[in-house]
Write a protein of this length. Structure first.
Lengths: 109, 115
């Protein structure tokens, strides 16, 4: 069965304290792994798509990496405005997205 | 208007009411989606439309009835809902529903409360 698991469920960091969020997946025929950011009361905002193991993408303080079993979202020297829930999803063989439950990230000033 | 818009943003309804959610996308996409988001749970795909034709219905109860008059508009008609239907309902669009490279773009959602 296709499945996506995100950890931790919540993460509290001090401003400037780097860390990583994890997204592990089991899917037959991966057709892409997606990272989104969601702020309270808003819809998910697209961040990255990764297609093959070893691929990396960066955007400001965020870097996403992909292996055959998991993806990491690395956050370097985070700022309070990086506080949000980060969602991971994989595209299954039927082209639909299978979503994780998200990691709520809180950055304290 | 740009991106994906949804109205209303908030909705409170009784179990016997009938209401509709509206979604409009200004991205020129051909596929549209309804998702349900409950607290601390993964997004649940409800319906998929590709070129106005419904291609997915993930065992959604009949009290939810989708309508897609054209590729830019999507509605979700609600009737006789239950309190457990209270959630954030998200609309999304993408260029196609069956492409391996397309990205889904989301609206802000409608926060639904069923009393």
């Amino acid at each position: 069965e296709d499945q996506v698991t995100q950890s931790p469920e919540a993460l509290r960091l001090q401003e400037g304290e780097s860390s990583s969020l994890n997204c592990s997946y089991t899917v037959s025929g991966l057709r892409g792994l997606f990272w989104y950011r969601q702020d309270p009361g808003k819809g998910p905002e697209f961040l990255f798509t990764l297609y093959s193991a070893g691929e990396e993408k960066e955007k400001e303080r965020l870097k996403a990496t992909l292996t055959k079993k998991e993806s990491f979202l690395h956050i370097t020297a985070p700022k309070p405005e990086d506080s949000a829930t980060y969602l991971c999803a994989v595209r299954a063989s039927n082209y639909q997205l299978i979503w994780g439950a998200g990691t709520k990230l809180i950055i304290k000033p | 208007e740009t991106g994906v818009t949804q109205t209303p943003r908030h909705l409170v309804m009784g179990m016997t009411n009938k209401k509709s959610l509206k979604c409009e996308q200004h991205l020129g996409h051909n596929a549209m989606y309804w998702y349900k988001q409950s607290a601390k749970k993964p997004l649940e795909l409800m319906f998929v439309y590709n070129f106005k034709e419904q291609t997915e219905n993930n065992s959604v109860p009949s009290r939810f009835s989708p309508e897609c008059p054209n590729s830019s508009h999507l509605f979700l008609h609600l009737h006789t809902l239950q309190p457990e239907d209270s959630a954030l309902y998200l609309c999304a669009s993408s260029p196609y529903a069956d492409s391996p490279t397309d990205t889904q773009y989301f609206g802000p959602g409608t926060r639904l409360t069923v009393l």
